[in-house]
Design a protein around this ligand. Structure first.
Ligand code: M6R
Length: 617
């Protein structure tokens, strides 16, 4: 949570920092602030709430002649959202500033120690101890040495940017367990260096990036950078990677919201995720990035999937697929539970952390424990160079492109595609599906993007009509069975996180064990009812709801005219092979949540209290 950005170079810094913050605002929007160097002094601006409040304050200084600065967008952990707690934070002299993403766990002891030495604190944040600690250790000459010493006294997580008015040609950045990426110039072009919590903030200026590792500190100059080990100070050589995202991918492109744009990007994102990995003619899947030999795949005894939020829902779907098609036992954990239970793992277990960002703290911690226990770790991730991709034995990248809306949409369906490919690949290697069957499934997958593209405009309209009907509802139930049950959970999560309507997803057969007591004439109940292997069972549960006068919305197969008898509202979806229904049925549910949130006047892309990437426990 929180986003940091920094720039040193030939351009004017304020617009670069603002653009960077705009692209990082999904990480937190409790307050925003920036600092730049002007006429030898540090000038700081901060504002509570969204970035727009800071922008208003900056109208007069956008063109200020300054070429070095830092910015921050905050998701509050220590200290309420207020201007005083907004970053950047300064030392007692006001000549040293820090922006920080992470948590300083021993801040209380450090604060007492520093106050005892006469340091005056102005905020309630954990971050402020860091800048005073650097000040305390600084001899007025070697800032790098002071930063290194200070960070070695800090417990917790950090991505930091440090700036001193006495060093107008240098920014310092460091990381430990919070993401930090550098944007670096071509050798000799003097185009400037950037630092940021995430790649989209760099995209307008460069596609040349360097991922900092834990316990590394970087020095950024106009025309070059260097990276050193935090403890020893030894210089390390870093690989410059070229990112193939472009700046437009992180812009709204004419849509009213990022979420809507990202929903409509799904045909392309799904295609990009399977392209080059399937051969429909021969029914073959290839996933060389797994780094697993056929022998190793055949030796896997169990698969353990772990994730949070929507990514956890993707894992739940994959359990149905892998067990049905590969015949391998699969367990699925919420990462924050996985990390605190007794793990029974060894090298015969394949652990698969699933994460859009690759930075979610609990998933990362779970994955590290799995590695320590000797398991093989394969991550499914959307962000190039993120921590999970660097620490896993292998990565299947989802090629969703940058996802800015806090609600996961295209990243989720692409996770499903990646897990579907993994299922088919394991079935191929372990010989659990005949080639013809695999070929049919690959063909169906290939047909999905154009099918979704064709349906999307109609779904948008149908969901608007439904939203108008249910915009005032206070509760919502989502029901499904089998591999669609996790999609009921996902539909409920989407609705609650962006519209603030209380929503729950249930396995339809579980209704009569309690939740059915909630059904009355006002309760909207949305059931996913494709004509699959559990259709009759699902319909029986729908009848139970109808008998109790619940307001039924049914999403089912095109041509299933029997649904009209049961549902107050029926949405017919194209018929695809049952395995792919979870991908298909997710999309109208995303649109329903979007339309309800929009009609309720909610902030669709930046719902209250949330942040896109949860990098704290
Ligand atoms: O980046 P990750 O996939 O690890 O993030 C996991 C969850 O935080 C995320 O899916 C969250 O639940 C979304 N807001 C759901 O829309």
């Amino acid at each position: 949570m929180c986003g940091i950005v920094g720039y040193i170079g030939p351009r004017r810094v304020v617009p670069i920092l603002l653009e960077g913050l705009k692209r990082l605002e999904y990480r937190g929007y409790d307050s925003a602030g920036l600092v730049y160097l002007h006429q030898g002094g540090l000038v700081k601006h901060r504002a509570m709430g969204k970035l727009v409040n800071l922008e208003e304050k900056l109208d007069a200084v956008r063109d200020v002649e300054s070429h070095i600065g830092l910015g921050h967008t905050r998701w509050a952990t220590h200290g309420s959202p207020s201007e005083l707690n907004a970053h950047p934070h300064s030392d007692c002299t006001g000549e040293l500033v820090v922006v920080h993403n992470g948590i300083i766990e021993n801040y209380h002891a450090l604060r007492e120690e520093l106050q005892g030495k006469g340091h005056v604190f102005r905020s309630e944040t954990d971050t402020e101890v860091l800048v005073h600690l650097i000040e305390e250790l600084f001899n007025g000459k070697n800032l790098l040495a002071a930063v290194r010493k200070a960070l070695q006294r800090v417990q917790g997580s950090y991505a930091v940017g440090v700036m001193w008015s006495g060093a107008p040609d240098m920014l310092i950045a460091a990381r430990c367990q919070s993401p930090l990426v550098l944007g670096v110039p071509e050798p000799g072009d003097g185009g400037g260096c950037l630092l940021a919590s995430d790649i989209p903030a760099l995209l307008p200026y460069t596609n040349r990036v360097v991922f900092l590792d834990d316990h590394e500190v970087a020095l950024l100059y106009r025309d070059r950078f260097e990276v050193r080990k935090l403890a020893s100070g030894r210089e390390v050589s870093k690989e410059v990677k070229i990112v193939d995202w472009n700046p437009a991918m992180a812009e709204k492109g004419g849509y009213t919201h990022f979420m809507l744009k990202e929903i409509f990007e799904q045909p392309q994102a799904i295609l990009s995720t399977f392209r080059g990995r399937v051969d429909p003619e021969n029914g073959q899947v290839s996933l060389p990035e797994l780094g697993l030999s056929d022998r190793e795949i055949k030796g896997i005894k169990r698969i353990s999937l772990l994730a949070c939020g929507s990514s956890w829902h993707a894992a739940l779907v994959a359990k149905y697929w892998l067990e049905k098609r590969v015949g391998i036992p699969v367990e699925v954990d919420i990462a924050s539970e996985f990390r605190y239970r007794r793990l029974i793992l060894d090298k015969s277990v394949l652990v698969v952390p699933i994460s859009q960002s690759g930075e979610t703290a609990d998933t990362l911690a779970g994955m590290r424990l799995a590695r320590q226990a000797g398991a093989r770790v394969l991550t499914i991730c959307n962000v190039l160079g993120s921590t999970m991709t660097r620490e896993a034995h292998g990565t299947i990248y989802t090629h969703a492109g940058p996802e800015i809306g806090v609600a996961s949409t295209k990243a989720f369906t692409c996770q499903l595609v990646a897990l579907f490919l993994l299922t088919l690949y394991f079935a191929q290697v372990r010989g659990t599906m005949v080639a013809e069957e695999r070929r049919t499934m690959i063909e169906s997958l290939v047909e999905l993007p154009p099918l979704v593209a064709k349906e999307l405009p109609g779904w948008l309209e149908e969901m608007e009509r439904l939203a108008e009907e249910f915009v005032k509802s206070r509760h919502f139930l989502f029901l499904a069975r089998g591999e669609n049950f996790p999609i009921a959970l996902e539909g409920a999560l989407k609705l609650k996180e962006i519209s603030y309507i209380h929503a729950e997803g249930y396995a339809a057969g579980e209704m009569k064990h309690g939740p059915i007591a909630l059904i009355d004439r006002d309760m909207p109940v949305l059931a996913l009812a494709p004509q699959d292997g559990v259709y009759e069972k699902l319909i029986a549960n729908v009848e139970e709801v109808k008998a109790r006068h619940g307001r039924l919305i049914l999403l089912g197969s095109r041509g299933d005219d029997g649904l009209a008898r049961l549902g107050e509202f029926v949405v017919q979806l194209p018929v695809v092979m049952p395995d792919l229904n979870p991908i298909l049925y997710t999309i109208p549910l995303q649109l329903l949540a979007y339309q309800v949130a929009r009609l309720r006047g909610c902030d669709v892309d930046q719902p209250r209290n949330l942040a896109k990437s949860v990098t704290v426990e």
